[in-house]
Design a protein around this ligand. Sequence first.
Ligand SMILES: [Zn+2]
Length: 335
Amino acid sequence: MQKMLIMFKPEDIETSAKEFISTYASYMEDVGIVGKGPDGYALYPSKTAPVREEHTDFFAEWVQLNDALSIHGVVGMDFYTDGWFARDPKYQTMNDKAVKMEHQICPNREEFWQYGAEIVKEIGSYPINEILLFGTGFIRDHFCFCERCRKEFAPLINQEPGRLSYALLQENEEYHEKWHQFRSDKVHEGLQYLQDAAIKSDEITGREHPLKLSVEVLLDPETGFAEGARNEYGYDYARIGEITKNVLINLYPWSPILPSKGSSEYSELVESLYFVNEFTRRGGRASLFRWGVTTIEQLQELKALGKDVGINRIVSTFHYPSDYSRRRESAIGNY
Ligand SMILES: [Zn+2]
């Protein structure tokens, strides 16, 4: 049995939350709504993040109806992809040429982990079952060379912070591996903050089943599929399995089309998803995710892939993120 979850934005729904959900309730086992988007704004009355006031009533009605109709309620939350917070240059992630990214936070920010943890607690105060966490890693291996990352990392390889460069890391395998380890530790430390907040919210609400945090991981041929993900983005499936137990595999985020069945790239993709077996065996749950699914053909393609790799949950959105072109450029542009 294949399950399909669509992550909605209030703008996607032309009717009221009540009308929409009562019409489709019998078809839906779970349904998602954005809680905090990549622009950094919350759609619920947050005390922590800035708020899109025009959507707060819709949000409240939506999650309460899910609960009343026993639909598995899912809320999306962008983490390091936070355009509002990233207006502050102090938090922007940057490459070694000091090119700052105005849409993404450096993951090496304990104060931002605390900010994220507050938002998890706020969203977790609603009667929902799961949060999908987007933007949970580094942009690429070429990030982050902000002042804080330089200062913390340089002593690990006996260098001066100001002399660190990506070229230096590439020239030295040992340095480069330390860099990967350093960044990966930051990503998982951040996730642990959010997971602790989810547990706290369970205690406060007395929720029957623990609030799940599903962590988006990007899987793209440009970044070496699953194998390249740790070094490029910093996340490690085994560690996510220990921390949150739920992973959301964003397929081909930087490519408009998936490889067709029977092609050698398709086999490569299937092979790169073998880690899911181990992940599931250890009690984790993996879902396949893709931005901008608008046709039945695209959906069937995802379902067929899911079947081939043993994943029975498909998650999608109708749209690409609003800052998609900037994200794509920063992830796969030329360096
Ligand atoms: Zn940094």
